[in-house]
Design a protein around this ligand. Sequence first.
Ligand SMILES: Nc1ncnc2c1ncn2[C@@H]1O[C@H](COP(=O)(O)OP(=O)(O)O)[C@@H](O)[C@H]1O
Ligand SMILES: [Mg+2]
Length: 250
Amino acid sequence: MIQMFHVTKAYPGDPPALVDVNLTVEKGEFVFLTGPSGAGKTTLLRLVFCAEPATRGQILVGGRNVARIRQGSIPFLRRNIGVVFQDFKLLPHRTVLDNVALALDVLGVPRDESRQRANRMLKLVGLQHKTESLPLKLSGGEQQRVVIARALVNEPALLLADEPTGNLDPELTQEILTLLQAANVRGTTVVVACLLTLVAYRAWIPSAAIRSTCGTLLCRTSFPSLNSNGRRSPTIFRLKRGFSRRSAPR
Ligand SMILES: Nc1ncnc2c1ncn2[C@@H]1O[C@H](COP(=O)(O)OP(=O)(O)O)[C@@H](O)[C@H]1O
Ligand SMILES: [Mg+2]
């Protein structure tokens, strides 16, 4: 689903955010992208979503080289990618139902159908009783479920979630992860960037071997395809912070 070959991303005047990253995410995988703040998690997701170009290296998404996609064709790539990014906020003056349905409206889905599908998705995330509420009337956890419903309503092949449980307590974190896992079971490849706290994610992580890779990526941890709970197990990529900063002149 995602292949990165020797990808470097540098912003002018700063040491690179990502250096020589090599990574493969298989179709159907559930991946945690972890590492401390500033390690480049958000940057990596933005490259996959074509929000910016890589400075060096090659990125394939669904087999397509994103550097070769014309600007005008990027929206077509994005149809297959759901995103939960901090800078895509809910519209405060539209109802929960509208917020989710609008994601389909912009794709040209007829209004009746988009409302129907949005209702179905909101039911899947347990918010069928809140469809007519405004986002600000919801709790933080409920708002995040709306954001996830909006990202998933088009049944994307790939979901990119940037710290989707950032401000939530452990119980809500588990709830959100369960929703993402359900999407994964329905066939969406899921990549979640997070500051991995082993406590919060312990349920997902049986003991596993760590394999080293090169570049900014410190390790990839893979698991057997099902763990003891019968769940599909995740893969963890860990980004190392300051890979280049350490070698950069002071
Ligand atoms: N638009 C930008 N301009 C300049 N530097 C940036 C920009 N976005 C990110 N960076 C830098 O890239 C590095 C990685 O940031 P980021 O990807 O946000 O890390 P993370 O999401 O792991 O916390 C940081 O040093 C950050 O300051
Ligand atoms: Mg980030």
